[in-house]
Design a protein around this ligand. Sequence first.
Ligand SMILES: [Zn+2]
Length: 161
Amino acid sequence: MAMSHDVELPRDRAPVFPDRCVICHRDRPRGSVSIRESEKSGWVLLHLLTVFAPRGKKETITAPACEPCGRSLKRWRLVRHIFEGAVVVAALLIGRMVLEWNYWASLGLVVGVVIAMALIEVLWAPPFGATVSGDSVSYEFAREDLAKLFADLNEAEVAVD
Ligand SMILES: [Zn+2]
């Protein structure tokens, strides 16, 4: 996630969240939101393929959230997933029909798709997210104060991404 405050914890450790909604930051939200994340490859092209075929074991991350906030986060994730899929399909169609797989043109297209994906991440950064990789989970917060609280509770450090 772009412009986020990340806290990395070992994957086998249960995270302790402050009693605050991870989306609107209201105190004592009476609910939670669960998001499922599959393991992401650091290699961006493999990351693109995971849009269609999620690899690795899925991890469910549950964080405190008010009910409407939880619903909106889930809706946001669904819309982004569909949009990412559409971007990849559009790139493949253009490559096939317009460029007829001309080597350099196709390479340019791949670069374009990667930039588009990065833009999606920057423009549509959610207030809360997580990235699973190897033995660790990175918890990503838009707001620094919440990230700091979370890091303190879990005796970890905040890294700005
Ligand atoms: Zn909320």
